[in-house]
Design a protein around this ligand. Structure first.
Ligand code: BEZ
Length: 267
């Protein structure tokens, strides 16, 4: 985030709505804009000390939260599906609006891969509902997945969806609150974190890349293979180093050997 932009966003978290300057990148103020930010309490310092390590392969921390689809127990909601949890800095922000519209349009693609979508934005439910109507209108879609109301940033802290800069600022001044960044967690049916992506607030995510990495993870699980650079479904995959060439032939048929350590097969 540019320093000018981040400064104007921060100002909105600390001043009453009536006197807070409008972020310059938003032309028309909307009902509910930033309302969650004004309501948020300074939970950051407290939650920081309770933050678990979120390594790949670790169990995604469970939580209960209010969402646009009612109260959610995260693990129960995932059930036997895969899940994608993706965070947004705030409701009624332009980049987030484009992202949620795009994810909503891809519902069938996520369904086809057995992946439940779960959004998170650091505002309350009233704001989320109004924003969803707007997203549906702008993107000509229907947001059908739940969006977590995380006005207090409890889940943002639990999942470390914050920048170093903001966390430090909150530690210095607990009256301020930290902005969530754009985090993506891809979680498997065993509730393990399988992949994370972290984007700054100023950079919208790439939905095609999200679907591509889900395909790669699921192909790796299904076939016991790895995927090369820029791989997409239908392209050759890589035999992992732990599998000998004869075993690979038995399992996959033809093996294209480029080097002893670089072997391709079709799945
Ligand atoms: C947004 O448009 O979503 C956004 C951009 C910069 C900072 C925060 C949010």
């Amino acid at each position: 985030m540019s320093s000018i932009l981040s400064r104007s966003l921060r100002t909105c978290t600390t001043l009453p709505r009536s006197i807070a300057p409008r972020p310059s990148f938003l032309a028309a103020p909307r009902l509910g804009q930033w309302q969650g930010l004004r309501q948020a309490s300074p939970v950051g310092v407290r939650f920081l000390s309770e933050q678990p390590r979120l390594r790949l392969g670790s169990i995604a921390p469970n939580f209960t939260a209010q969402t646009t689809h009612g109260e959610m127990n995260f693990h129960d909601h995932i059930g036997n599906s895969w899940a994608i949890l993706f965070s947004h800095p705030a409701d009624f922000t332009p980049v987030c609006t484009t992202e949620l519209g795009a994810f909503a349009k891809l519902k069938d693609e996520f369904d086809a891969r057995g992946v439940k979508m779960i959004g998170l934005s650091a505002n309350d439910l009233t704001s989320h509902s109004t924003w969803i109507n707007d997203i549906n209108d702008i993107a000509n879609t229907q947001v059908q997945f739940p969006i977590i109301a995380d006005a207090e940033r409890k889940i943002a802290y639990l999942y470390d969806m914050l920048s170093e800069e903001d966390v430090k600022r909150v530690q210095t001044n607990p009256k301020e609150i930290a902005f969530t960044i754009r985090s993506v967690f891809i979680i498997d049916p065993a509730k393990k974190i399988r992949l994370t992506m972290l984007y700054p607030a100023s950079t919208g995510r790439n939905t095609a890349e999200v679907l591509r990495v889900i395909d790669a993870l699921q192909s790796a699980d299904r076939n016991g293979v790895a995927t090369p650079v820029d791989w997409s479904v239908g392209e050759d995959v890589i035999v992992p180093p732990s599998v000998g060439v004869e075993d690979a032939r038995k399992k996959f048929g033809d093996v294209r050997v480029v080097r002893d350590y670089l072997r391709y097969v079709k799945v």
